[in-house]
Write a protein that binds this ligand. Sequence first.
Ligand code: CTP
Length: 400
Amino acid sequence: MLSTKKIILGLSGGIAAYKSINLIRLLIKSGAEVRVICTKNALNFVTKVTLESISKNKVYCDVFEENNDYATEHVALTDWGDICIVAPATANIIGKYAGGIADDALSTSLLAFNKPVFMAPAMNCKMWDNFSVQRNCSYLKANGVYFIEPTEGFLACGYEGKGRMAEPEDIVNFISNLLTQSACLYGYKALVTAGPTHEAIDPVRFIGNHASGKMGFAIAEALALKGADVTLVCGPVNINTSNHHIKRIDVVSSDDMFNACMDLFPSMNVCIMAAAVADFKPQTTASKKLKKGQNDMLSLEMVQTKDILRNLGNIKKPGQILVGFALETDNEIENARKKLLSKNLDFVVLNSLKDKGAGFGYDTNKISIISAGDVLNFDLKTKKEASEDIVNNFCKILLK
Ligand code: CTP
């Protein structure tokens, strides 16, 4: 349900604005608080008095109106709201939003709003089919805006076709389903690391490992699917990601990864360290390529790398969730428990090298999740499924 959600309802100028009165009523009935921002054209279809009486809040319409509570009402309201619904969304407001235009209260607020936006379009069917409108909708969808598709039927303009705004009940159901089930990590910021690190010996050689990055990438995708805003810090890997909710930062060495993670972690809600960070690196990196010369042997002095997870555990604040991986060969659970405590983690994802099909290079993984009071054992699954198990586990912690 939408209980305790703060909702900004944007109304643009279409005949379907009359249905939005009922939408406000249903949103309030399901426990939400609603504030309305409307375009001047919307007020040709419904009155400000009606909107204010139903929403029980002042309606914001004119950026320069003198009796606004704040000089920058659009920013104040966008800080307040958890989600924004534009219903009805005309071709004009869709086009302005896609084009980054801010020339009235609603379009300005939309650009300042960095949380989930839902659009319920309503327009003539020929306008809806127009290539330009469709391009704008595709662009907005690709950037994470949710569309509650218009339905087919008789339109106010006399045409019959697709363009009727979805019914208020359907809009409320769509949003509450999305927020409660699939998108339970909306508004959460997640840091994920993936892949190996390369520790330079000289300008052309490095010490690395066989990590493919598949597990970390799958976790990043699973988090993004649940609505989280993900930053993926990855070592050298051959994987692409096109998900617009995943911001990718490529690094090479353990020091690069350390700096990136220490920088990012304070602003994150969760961090999952799935990278196979090198434990040792050459003490010095030769500035020129090492030549064979007369030597049969080459010795490298190695020093320990910084333990990123331990350092993150040291600066972890209450409410932040930190997850580590452990690859063990013996006394798996006991060792994982030690890691949990010594690195101040919320849980450890354990891979045992004894399990066939698990770990490096495989598309499958067999994991156990070790937390303070619990050991959860999972079957051998695809890395995608295993990543969903991991993400579901901390959804349980975050949302309890
Ligand atoms: N890790 C890290 N920084 C390092 C090495 C590892 O953050 N320099 C993280 C990994 O990303 C992983 C976890 O630590 O999430 C566990 O790594 P692992 O090598 O299994 O454990 P270690 O703590 O290094 O201990 P040991 O090698 O003794 O098992």
